[in-house]
Design a protein around this ligand. Structure first.
Ligand code: NAG
Ligand code: NAG
Ligand code: NAG
Length: 698
């Protein structure tokens, strides 16, 4: 032991009397002469390993990695084992045992991040006045029977955890070389036995980090910690012990919580600069010729009745990406959507893309099989990425595919949510049951108060998977008792593959499919054509006239062809066409007779050849439509008159000279009437005309 350290030990004893002195002393003396070397044992470059190495790099910590590429003989990491680690360490520390100014720190790497620079580590270590310090946890593992042999601790964690320890090189070597251990024996038990031997503990000056001064083991202790932010800084605190841990270790089931911390630490996200790590390791597509673009397998999955499938397919075709570099696989299990896909699949589409494969309901391929198939197909075609998108995704950003590629993450989803709702396609946390749990930052991410690229335990609906990940995937979607997307995410979690969700850009939204059924001929949005959810962007886009909003603009006069008759844009041609088709599909036209069983009196004075809205199940929807789209225009035209849009008779009339060639002029007994011409002008002229006050409708 060198002079500096000895002096410092004395100084630490004095600290009882003078706290200030301690700081000055340990900072000035031992620190300068000491060196820190972190050692870890890792056999694969997992995502967790890469994260660990990044955390070391940003903190300027030297790391020696042992075992890389070696066959792991220490058993499954979840069960006892790990003696192999000690045997590897024994060889390595033999080389360093005489370096008296060297402090060695062993840390796990797959589930651990370093949060401070060497100075901080050495300073905290010196304050322990020990030769070696082990991290501590609240569980006595793997041998609970040893509980009572542990020294009492008044406040803090009592039991040794071998996921992290720090000590002078010599002591370090003495500990790992203390006695022989088989590769498959448990390493934590090995260290525990040495620590519980009071004679050895005192002689080697071994201590436990009871209050997470250095090592924070998160298992069972997640509630103790939180991330603090100030300006461009973010750091971890332990509220229970009022400490600032330098290492975060996601031991046991706390791995996912570590992933949450990983979104911010170290130096990844802060309130001043936002996501500083988002620009690390990104790819560029600039300067690539079209034929050099990465090869994509685009899997489009329609697994349940979904509104706006034609629009979905069109939008996917409009993504900005060289189409010849894309192979398409469409999987559809819903008979209703089959003709829509047929309409879309023209020769032109087939020619534009490298290949198009369609699996329809009669192919009898279920969802998990289709998703597994997409993975295998991607591998067969030597693709670079699998881009999987469900029919319920409304992708409005044409650059989405490029953005996802450039971000360069193993598995990446663009964050989208249902219109005006918090329901989105990623989860921030996972409950013990494997299902949704709201993370501390979920709302801030969905609402985009925090923007970044977020390590998430569950993603769905749309994602890009890199080929290195695809290689590891086999039957990842099922068969399983879980839904295919749940099964996939569990597969990734179990294999240490990180999934990310980016909300750095606007990408689009998720459709509501919950109450969607296909009882009608046209079913887009909610239940039907005239829907329970108008004012959703999707419905408006498809069915409301693009100039509708001008009707409320007071500086644009509304056409008034004759007194108190106003003429304004309201719905799209598609709306008119679909409503007509819907009525024809039912075909139950009344025939224009005076006797009408649908009416309470059973008699109609001026009968038309019509179908009532309630006959096709649209009554409720139509009234909603009136409130939502007609009342605002009404309010503009008749200020001060409030219309509740109550209406007892709503119908579609068929004017067909072969069925009813004449209807005498008449007044409706209503405050006002809404007429929408559902056929185009030419047909109206041909069929004759309906008009107002002697003026023919054009
Ligand atoms: C460390 O010192 C011991 C005793 O002086 C010596 O036997 C050993 O070879 C030294 N080891 C190294 C790696 O220098
Ligand atoms: C909407 O208004 C613009 C400008 O007045 C016009 O050019 C356009 O044709 C209108 N759109 C439709 C569908 O009528
Ligand atoms: C209303 O119309 C005028 C004239 O076309 C236009 O300048 C103005 O921006 C419109 N106002 C709104 C709120 O759209």
């Amino acid at each position: 032991m060198n002079r500096g350290i000895l002096r410092c030990v004395g100084c630490t004893l004095l600290a009882v009397l003078a706290v200030l002195l301690t700081d000055v002393c340990s900072a000035e003396q031992g620190l300068d002469e000491l060196k820190l070397l972190a050692i870890t044992v890792a056999t694969d470059e997992t995502d967790g390993y890469k994260r660990f190495m990044r955390s070391a790099k940003v903190n300027n910590i030297d790391v020696k990695v042992l075992g890389m590429g070696e066959e792991w003989r220490g058993g499954d990491m979840r069960n006892p084992g790990g003696g192999h680690k000690i045997n590897i360490l024994k060889k390595e520390t033999e080389l360093h045992r005489n370096e008296s100014n060297l402090v060695l720190m062993f840390v796990d790497s797959y589930d651990l991040i370093l949060l401070a620079d060497p100075q901080e580590f050495l300073k905290k270590f010196l304050e322990f006045n020990a030769n070696m310090v082990f991290s501590a946890e609240g569980f006595c593992w793997p041998d609970r029977g040893l509980k009572d042999q542990y020294p009492e601790v008044s406040h803090g964690k009592k039991y040794l955890c071998s996921g992290g320890f720090i000590g002078y090189a010599l002591t370090f070597h003495q500990v790992v070389a203390d006695h022989a251990i088989e590769d498959v024996e448990d390493d934590q038990l090995y260290y525990t036995k040495i620590f519980l031997d009071k004679q050895k503990r005192d002689k080697l000056k071994l201590k436990l980090d009871n209050k997470a001064e250095i090592f924070m083991n998160l298992n069972g202790a997640q509630d103790e910690v939180e991330i603090k932010f100030s300006g461009d800084k973010a750091w971890l605190v332990n509220k229970e012990y009022n400490t600032q841990p330098l290492v975060a270790h996601g031991n046991g089931p706390s791995k996912l919580f570590l992933n949450y911390l990983d979104n911010y630490l170290p130096d990844k996200w802060n309130f001043k600069d936002g996501c500083t790590a988002c620009s690390e390791d990104t790819l560029s597509l600039e300067n690539l010729k079209k034929e050099e673009y990465p090869k994509i397998l685009m899997g489009l999955f329609i697994e349940k009745p979904t509104p706006f499938i034609p629009e979905f397919l069109t939008r996917m075709m409009q993504l900005d990406y060289p189409k010849k570099r894309i192979d398409i696989l469409v999987h559809n299990t819903i008979p209703y959507h089959k003709p829509q896909i047929g309409d879309w699949l023209t020769d032109e589409i087939k020619d534009q893309f490298n290949s198009v494969t369609v699996l329809q309901p009669e192919d009898n391929v279920n969802e998990y099989q289709a998703r597994n198939h997409a993975v295998e197909m991607c591998k067969e075609k030597s693709c670079d990425y699998l881009f999987s998108v469900d029919g319920s995704v409304v992708l409005t950003n044409k650059d989405t595919l490029k953005i996802l590629i450039k971000q360069n993450r193993p598995v990446l989803t663009p964050v989208i949510s249902k219109h005006g709702k918090l329901w989105s396609n990623f989860w921030g946390a996972l409950g013990d049951d494997g299902y949704y749990l709201r993370s501390r930052d979920y709302l801030a991410i969905v609402q985009k108060q925090r923007k970044g690229v977020w390590n998430s335990p569950f993603i769905t609906n749309i994602y890009l998977i890199q080929k290195e990940v695809l290689k590891q995937m086999q039957g990842s979607f099922g068969p399983s008792t879980l839904d295919p997307d749940m099964a996939m995410c569990k597969y990734f979690r179990d294999h240490g593959i990180f999934m990310y969700a980016t909300n750095l850009h606007e990408f689009g939204r998720l459709l509501e499919t919950e109450n969607y059924n296909t009882n009608h001929l046209h079913n887009d949005c909610g239940r039907s054509l005239i829907t329970e959810c108008p004012s959703s962007n999707d419905w408006d886009e498809k069915y409301i006239h693009e100039n509708y909003s001008q009707n409320m603009n007071l500086s644009i006069p509304l056409a008034e062809p004759c007194p108190d008759v106003y003429w304004f844009p309201i719905v799209t041609d598609t709306f008119a066409m679909h409503l007509v088709e819907e009525m024809e599909n039912l075909g139950d036209w009344s025939g224009g007779r005076h006797e009408d069983k649908r009416l309470s009196g059973g008699y109609e004075n001026v009968p038309t050849d019509d179908i009532h809205m309630n006959q096709v199940g649209y009554e409720r929807h139509w009234l909603h439509f009136l409130k939502e789209y007609i009342v605002p225009v009404n309010t503009r035209l008749y200020p001060g008159y409030h219309s509740e849009a109550r209406s007892i008779m709503n119908f579609v009339v068929k004017y067909d000279p072969n069925r009813q060639y004449y209807l005498r002029p008449h007044h409706d007994s209503s405050t006002y009437t809404i007429n929408i011409a559902l056929t185009d002008q030419a047909s109206i002229m041909e069929a004759g005309a309906a008009g107002f006050c002697g003026i023919t409708a054009k």
